[in-house]
Design a protein around this ligand. Structure first.
Ligand SMILES: [Zn+2]
Length: 231
């Protein structure tokens, strides 16, 4: 298939910057965001902005003031807008928001539902994953503080990493490490023993914080509370 050169061409708010392969173009939006758009969608006007146009539409329809909407805006900015002050902690570190959510507040909202109370804010369950179905929930400050407590550093042979980072590098699930420690295993063993060797049935005791690695160093449990800056 011949790739049509769209570089430098403007499609509504989007300007094609460079070809990424598989029909995807990196585009710069008039609002400053960059995004990846399918060439076909650019050319047939299916996609006309990075998503900011949709945001403006929602704004006009009055959904803008809700805490859920604020949370969504914060997340999309932190993950996708290099001009946002917190981008370096999120998008800049590879923390992404899945496309279905990025481009649709409604889809995001349908998944998460209404914020249960003013004490709740959005938490990523697993630090190594982004904002996507299954990895995000409403949690209270207290719940998040518990989780944060578990997101602690473990040093082994001079290498210091968070539980989540150890989990990633060892090919373990982060809850495995936390369950092992909760069962009394040393931190070293909890990290170093391969997944299939510590065996036994999956520990179901209490709530050994299944959402252990919720917070990352760039954020706090307060970051997605309504009214926080950055929208
Ligand atoms: Zn835009």
């Amino acid at each position: 298939m011949v790739v049509k050169d769209l570089q430098g061409l403007k499609f509504n708010r989007l300007t094609a910057v460079r070809y990424l392969g598989k029909s995807l173009w990196e585009c710069r939006c008039e609002c400053g965001n960059t995004c990846r758009i399918n060439a076909g969608n650019l050319q047939n006007d299916h996609t006309t902005s990075c998503g900011c146009r949709k945001i403006e539409t929602i704004r006009k329809h009055g959904l803008i003031k809700t805490p859920e909407y604020n949370a969504w805006t914060n997340i999309t900015n932190r993950c996708c807008n290099p001009n946002h002050p917190s981008f370096k902690y999120y998008g800049g570190r590879g923390i992404y928001i899945c496309p279905e959510w990025r481009y649709s507040f409604q889809v995001f909202y349908n998944h998460l539902g209404k914020r249960p109370s003013a004490q709740h804010s959005i938490e990523r369950i697993e630090n190594s994953r982004g904002y996507e179905p299954g990895n995000v929930r409403w949690a209270t400050r207290k719940e998040q503080a518990n989780n944060t407590r578990w997101n602690h550093w473990i040093e082994i042979d001079g290498v210091r990493k968070t539980v989540c980072d150890w989990a990633t590098s060892q090919g373990l699930h982060f809850t495995t490490i936390c369950h092992r420690i909760a069962r009394g295993m040393s931190e070293r063993d909890a990290v170093m023993i391969p997944p299939h060797l510590s065996g036994r049935r999956a520990s179901k005791r209490k709530s050994v914080s299944l959402a252990i690695c919720a917070s990352d160093s760039g954020g706090s449990s307060q970051e997605f509370t309504p009214g926080s800056p950055g929208t």
